[in-house]
Design a protein around this ligand. Structure first.
Ligand SMILES: *Cc1c(COP(=O)(O)O)cnc(C)c1O
Length: 459
């Protein structure tokens, strides 16, 4: 067997074993950076080494520092697992190694993105005429959506931002909730608008934009205006009232961008869809496939109801590129911030084909049912309080005072049965549970609740 065959087989055999062990594996890791450096570091290698040895030492060196985020009992941040079929598709993505910037460099990659894009719009209840791009995450999806917005609102004010930049441009106002995700602010930084451009709207006790405050802030906005609304608060899972926001913003000629990093997936489930009412009226949307669709990192999704503005903000031309004309083949680099890029469509395509609409709906509904199961079981324990309305997959828990809550979180992390993190919500330190993995079962929840309550009794 050749060295490259041995390397590929070693990786495949390890992958199969790792995935099989995930449900039993300790979820967190105590590996310190120094311990990992000691094994993985060392002087720059001067000489070649057989591929199979490289893979072998990579596996041995990394294993102690791998968190089982892809397993069924990781509830930290909002981190989806990876459906095994999508992992297989991800391997092939690297095997084919297409540069999915241009149709000419990878026709199949281009067509698969085209197909995935149209399936995604149908799943997420986004208008069929919307354009889309597959990017690295919701952060970059915000960048794409807000770059399209920046183009659009300035073009309407007679300004060509792609040619003339922002110096001397009509000032833009951005209206966004006080509890918006930090990636909105970072996208505004990338776009040269800065974070001080935001006029913040007061949030209610669930983190939603408060409508009286929204109307006041919007009424004060002058000139080109972009509203950033949220579908799925990263702490509570709550949704801004999107119908009212879109209607009021559009009446004033403003653009509405929706951050639906995970919340956008509520669209697939009839029981959850009302949370998203009005979202279909927005101008741009950002979400993730690597969170709730459970494809491997990195995979974010941007959609835009104004394809011309989207394309104007992103497109690129060079004499040496073989580019297709409008209406023909899809050159992804006209829609994405990257030039060369990974063929990110294969994993998402595989996820949709393997689960189908029914499987995706079941996965989303199961996550939410398991979040409610967490909340009900924990709330039954004296001294434990569920702080948010559990409308989606997020649960905020208090164990009394801040110190005690933090101590419980630390103990649960050290225990290793499950992993979850903390947050500060409206001045209180809280435990934060996010159910986002395809593989989490009711039994995983019960085992985790047992571990959490055991840790709580021990502190
Ligand atoms: C996770 C998250 C983001 C950022 O998404 P990335 O994929 O990490 O870039 C943005 N908004 C919300 C609400 C999120 O939960």
């Amino acid at each position: 067997m050749s060295d490259s065959d041995r390397a590929l087989r070693a990786a495949a055999a390890y992958a199969e074993d790792f995935i099989a062990r995930l449900p039993e594996r300790r979820v967190g890791t105590d590996a310190s950076a120094d311990e990992l450096r000691a094994v993985l570091g060392g002087p720059l290698p001067e000489e070649p080494q057989p591929g199979a040895d490289v893979i072998d030492s990579l596996i041995k060196g990394t294993e102690p520092g791998v968190v089982a985020t892809a397993g069924p009992r990781f509830f930290g941040f909002v981190i989806g697992a990876a459906l095994p079929t999508t992992v297989a598709a991800d391997w092939l993505t690297s095997v084919w190694d297409q540069n999915a910037g241009l149709f000419a460099a990878g026709p199949s990659a281009s067509v698969v993105e085209e197909v995935a894009g149209s399936w995604l719009k149908e799943l997420l209840n986004i208008p069929a005429h919307a354009s889309f791009s597959l990017v690295t995450g919701c952060q970059m999806a915000h960048f794409v959506g807000l770059a399209s917005a920046r183009h659009h609102v300035l073009a309407e004010a007679g300004w060509d931002v792609e040619r003339d930049g922002l110096q001397g441009a009509p000032p833009i106002t951005v209206v966004a909730g006080a509890e918006r995700h930090v990636t909105i602010d970072r996208a505004l930084r990338y776009l040269g608008l800065g974070t001080a451009v935001v006029s913040a709207v007061d949030a209610d006790d669930q983190g939603r934009m408060e409508m009286g405050s929204f109307r006041d802030v919007l009424a004060r906005a002058e000139g080109p205006t972009i509203v950033c609304a949220q579908a799925g608060n990263v702490n509570t899972g709550s949704f801004d009232p999107l119908t009212e926001i879109c209607d009021a913003a559009h009446e004033q000629g403003a653009w509405v961008h929706v951050d639906g990093a995970f919340g956008a997936w509520a669209a697939v489930a009839p029981s959850l869809r009302p949370l998203l009412a009005g979202a279909e009226r927005a101008d741009s949307w950002a979400t993730d496939a690597h969170k709730w669709l459970n494809v491997p990192y990195d995979s974010g999704l941007a959609f835009c109801a104004h394809p011309n503005s989207h394309r104007a903000a992103m497109s690129v031309h060079a004499s040496y590129l073989v580019q297709s004309e409008d209406g023909g083949e899809r050159d992804q680099m006209d829609w994405t911030p990257e030039f060369s890029r990974r063929a990110r469509g294969f994993t998402t395509y595989a996820a949709i084909r393997s689960l189908g609409r029914r499987g995706i709906t079941e996965m989303i509904e199961r996550s939410c049912a398991n979040a409610r199961r967490f909340a009900d079981a924990l709330a039954a324990e004296p001294g434990v309080e569920i702080v948010n309305d559990v409308v989606l997959n997020q649960v905020l828990v208090s164990f009394g005072d801040d110190e005690r809550t933090k101590a419980v979180i630390e103990r649960v992390q050290a225990d290793g049965t499950c992993w979850l993190g903390g947050t500060v919500w409206h001045g209180r330190a809280l435990m934060r549970i996010s159910v986002s993995s395809w593989s989490t079962t009711a039994e995983d929840v019960d085992v985790s609740v047992e571990a959490i309550l055991r840790c709580a009794r021990e502190v």
